[in-house]
Design a protein around this ligand. Structure first.
Ligand code: ACO
Length: 332
């Protein structure tokens, strides 16, 4: 599908980093604050615990830690970065962009930095945007961050959401490459999903200055059943579409890295697209759903399994609704 401009380079991932906060929130912790059980949560979601960022820190702090991790592991100099795209739905503040705050913390004074809000699909959206920047040859070194401090927007007493979400940050470095890197991306969205998964408060429709401000609006709300069904259908269709237009069968894929929302969603997508069970990478059991960070963190935590030259298929679904799939050749 890719490379209609065949003289242009590919964009390839050349480094990856991640960060997880220290604090663990287990199912037993949740049993103390609402009517749920470890057994129910494991059976219905596959999640045992999540990481929670300490108060006083924010999304940018996790992103900076993830970038430091990447630079240390892969001997990269952050001063070489031309652009930073931050996929997040939980910015430090509404304005400026979290990408600007990250750049400031990294002492980068002339970098193009902006946020991408596509909820759980944010990392895939940003990856495609970053790859396009590299392919134009106007930007050489592009950081794609997926980071969310979603625990700041989860009502700890609401069992329909508190069981699912955790905090974290992942980052990848994109550079031009003569060899195949990012091969294709298939991204879609449909605003009809807006009522089924959202955080309404704090924007211009329901500003926090509104008196009285409805505290409930500052929390993430969802209709779990609708989201579940739509997530399975959309991710499966995106995977099938991207394979078909690249004339690839599912057996060509070495690793499926799906958004980590619910183990049952991951299993249902795997079954629908007919991928061998041991080709799906997960980390949901001890991380939960870290929103835009799930995919880079899942790769980062399973890095030992992935070999240079492997074909990766990434897929995500999130608020909007937004969804997509990416195909790439792992070049590290
Ligand atoms: N603990 C114990 N019991 C519970 C809990 C809980 N946490 N939640 C619901 N129940 C009960 C219900 O009351 C119901 O009881 P009943 O049968 O007596 O009426 C029963 O368990 C089944 O409830 P359901 O809501 O049908 O449970 P379901 O299997 O749908 O699981 C869940 C709920 C886990 C939320 C699931 O729907 C889900 O994961 N949906 C997808 C959500 C998601 O991925 N969101 C993020 C998307 S990405 C992004 O952009 C943020």
């Amino acid at each position: 599908m890719r490379n209609i401009y065949s003289s242009r380079p590919y964009a390839a991932i050349t480094a990856i980093g991640g960060y997880l906060p220290q604090e663990r929130r287990t199912n037993f912790d949740l049993e103390q604050v609402c009517d749920t059980s470890d057994e129910w949560i494991i059976k219905r979601t596959g999640i045992k615990e999540r990481r929670i960022l300490e108060a006083g820190l924010a999304t940018s702090d996790m992103a900076v830690m993830a970038i430091h991790d990447l630079c240390t592991r892969y001997n990269k100099d952050v001063a070489d970065v031309d652009a930073i795209i931050v996929a997040t739905s939980t910015p430090d503040v509404l304005m400026p962009a979290t990408a600007n705050i990250i750049a400031q913390k990294l002492n980068l004074n002339n970098v193009w930095a902006f946020d991408m809000n596509a909820a759980c699909s944010g990392f895939l959206y940003a990856l495609d945007m970053g790859a396009s920047l590299v392919e134009t040859e106007r930007y050489k070194n592009v950081l794609i961050v997926g980071a969310d401090n979603i625990s700041a927007f989860v009502n700890i007493h609401d069992r329909s959401t508190n069981i699912l979400f955790g905090d974290g940050a992942g980052v990848i470095w994109l550079e031009p490459s003569a060899e195949e890197g990012i091969i294709d991306a298939f991204m879609q969205s449909n605003g009809d999903g807006r009522d089924f998964l959202n955080i309404e408060g704090g924007g211009s429709l329901y500003p926090t200055s509104e008196k009285p401000f409805n505290q409930e609006r500052s929390y993430l709300k969802q209709d779990g059943k609708v989201v579940f069904k739509q997530a399975v259908q959309s991710m499966s269709n995106a995977c099938k579409s991207i394979l078909e237009r690249n004339q690839l069968g599912i057996e060509a894929v070495d690793w499926l890295i799906p958004h980590q929302a619910n183990k049952r969603i991951i299993d249902a997508v795997g079954k629908d697209i007919n991928i061998q069970k041991n080709k799906t990478l997960t980390n949901i059991e001890y991380r939960g759903n870290t929103i835009a960070a799930t995919i880079p963190l899942c790769i980062w935590e399973n890095i030992k399994q992935i070999q240079k030259g492997d074909l990766l298929m990434l897929t995500a679904f999130g608020a909007g609704f937004s969804w997509g799939a990416s195909l790439l050749r792992w070049m590290i």
